[in-house]
Design a protein around this ligand. Structure first.
Ligand code: BES
Ligand code: ZN
Ligand code: ZN
Length: 484
């Protein structure tokens, strides 16, 4: 899809559809009499994402509700652009979207949001799988603005790069688990490393075992598919000792292992690699944007299957972080693979500030519902910085507590810790927190660390006017903003 910027009168549009914003409670002034008539008879029109096609002999219009002007933010702008594009994919070869000058938005931010929305809307997970799939006809999107500003083009560039990363992460999450295996994930990472000149290190199961990554290999041993810890390195600031470390849970399918999950909705557990998918996407963006920072990424990629060699409840595993863990429930596998990946990021790659992303617990969905990512950290300021980075690009994150009271909930009689929380007033008490507590045990010398539980936000159950259902690629925008 080609996205271009134009500054011209709306009467000079030559594309097949002109999308016009209508703010709720404001009288929009557009020259076409049919549009004017419609808006006069429908003074209530303008609710967010509400839309109306109007055909005149000269031009087709899509009136698009932008909601209340004061409520407009990055996320809504992105989704409005997405709505315009998603509505048009099958019906028009070319469209124009008019974006008036907006108070409180600079041109770069507008450009970024618009391109993100457009590219994300044009992704379809069924593309390679439905034999009846028809390619969208829309190939050209023209963004019409009031006055030229170089910021728009700058925003377009960043938005295009981030959208490519987000759509890649979505594709990996949406792909069926028989195809999107750890090996497929590895090959994707290899290709990115080659194309963008990132350094890649691949630790296979044999090497992981030798290195002492028993928490990771304990999970991996239940599956016939080869598993990997994959590291990518980007050096943008050779003078600095600061190194960001992004760590992702990459369970390409989570059956629960021997503590097997109920079969209802188990198919969704293909998105249990979304943390690693978002980390990979972030590295792709970083490699293309080339910011002046150092970043390493570690992705722990495996299936969690109940094969003949699978680990048992009761097993005690030795982690590369130096601690032992008693496996009470083999379905709490994410935290196991993460502690080894986290230890590798610190001990071998010298990461100084850590963020891990994981579809870790159902409990975070119970706590926060579908809209917020749960955040847990050991450093208030650092966590806050990350939350604000997310808010600026419409990724909602809410901090949950991680104070020392919770330590006793992962104490083990036989090892350093249990992989499931216990001792609360109900069995599942503080499930998301005890998961985070476990991961915290692998943070060395108390360096700044945030764990993001994306179990709810990495997956959309319902299609939206601006984006299909399925994997979301959550976290990529936040991490890019965080390091920028
Ligand atoms: N991958 C799941 C968490 C999950 C649940 C992600 C729902 C997305 C949607 C994770 O590995 C898991 O099974 N966690 C268990 C932990 C429990 C055994 C302590 C859970 O949440 O039930
Ligand atoms: Zn699990
Ligand atoms: Zn899992």
């Amino acid at each position: 899809m080609k996205i271009q910027l134009a500054t011209k009168p709306l009467t000079d549009i030559t594309t097949q559809l002109l999308v016009l914003p209508v703010f709720q409670g404001e009288k929009a002034k557009y020259q076409d009499p049919t549009v004017t008539d419609f808006l006069n008879t429908q003074p209530q029109f303008g609710k967010l994402y509400e839309n109306q096609l109007i055909y005149t002999p000269k031009q087709k219009f899509l009136l698009l509700g932008f909601g209340k002007k004061d409520n407009l933010n990055f996320e809504k702008l992105q989704n409005l652009s997405g709505t315009a594009v998603k509505q048009s994919l099958q019906g028009y070869k070319s469209i124009s979207l008019y974006i008036p000058t907006l108070d409180n938005f600079d041109a770069k931010t507008v450009g970024e949001a618009i391109v993100l929305g457009a590219e994300i809307a044009s992704y379809d997970p069924a593309k390679d799988y439905k034999t009846s799939y028809t390619q969208p006809v829309l190939t050209q999107v023209e963004i019409v603005v009031d006055k030229a500003d170089r910021g728009y083009q700058e925003g377009f560039k960043i938005g295009t790069i981030m959208a490519e990363s987000i759509n890649l992460a979505r594709k990996l999450g949406d792909m069926p688990p028989n195809e999107m295996t750890p090996t497929y994930f590895l090959n994707t990472a290899k290709k990115i490393a080659k194309d963008t000149k990132l350094k890649i290190t691949i630790i296979d199961e044999k090497t992981a075992k030798k290195k002492g990554m028993g928490a990771f290999t304990g999970v991996a041993q239940g599956s016939e598919e080869p598993s990997y810890i994959i590291a990518l390195e980007y050096r943008g600031d050779l003078k600095s000792k600061e190194i960001w470390g992004f760590i992702g849970k990459g369970v390409t399918f989570d059956t629960g292992g021997i503590s097997i999950k109920p079969s209802s909705k188990m198919e969704e557990m293909k998105y249990d690699m979304s943390g690693a998918g978002s980390v990979l996407g972030t590295m792709l963006s970083i490699a293309k944007l080339r910011p002046k920072v150092n970043v390493v990424a570690v992705m722990a990629v495996t299936e969690n299957l109940p094969g003949g060699k699978a680990q048992r409840p009761g097993d005690i595993v030795r982690s590369y972080c130096g601690k032992t863990a008693e496996v009470i429930n083999t379905d709490a596998e994410g935290r196991l693979v993460l502690i080894d990946a986290l230890a590798y990021a610190q001990k071998d790659l010298k990461a100084t500030k850590l963020v891990d992303l994981a579809t870790l617990t159902g409990a975070v969905i119970v706590a926060l519902g579908d809209f917020y990512t749960g955040a847990f950290g050991n450093n208030r300021e650092f966590t806050q910085r990350l939350i604000e980075a997310g808010a600026s690009v419409g990724e909602k994150i809410w901090e949950l507590p991680l104070s020392e009271e919770y330590n006793k909930m992962i104490q083990s009689e036989f090892a350093d810790m249990t992989n499931v929380g216990h001792g609360g007033s109900m069995p599942s008490a503080a499930g998301a927190i005890t998961g985070a507590k476990f991961i915290e045990q692998a943070v060395l010398d108390n360096r700044p660390w945030v764990h993001l539980d994306i179990a709810a936000t990495a997956w959309d159950l319902k299609s939206k006017p601006y984006q299909t259902a399925g994997a979301t690629g959550v976290g990529i925008k936040t991490l890019i903003k965080l390091i920028s």
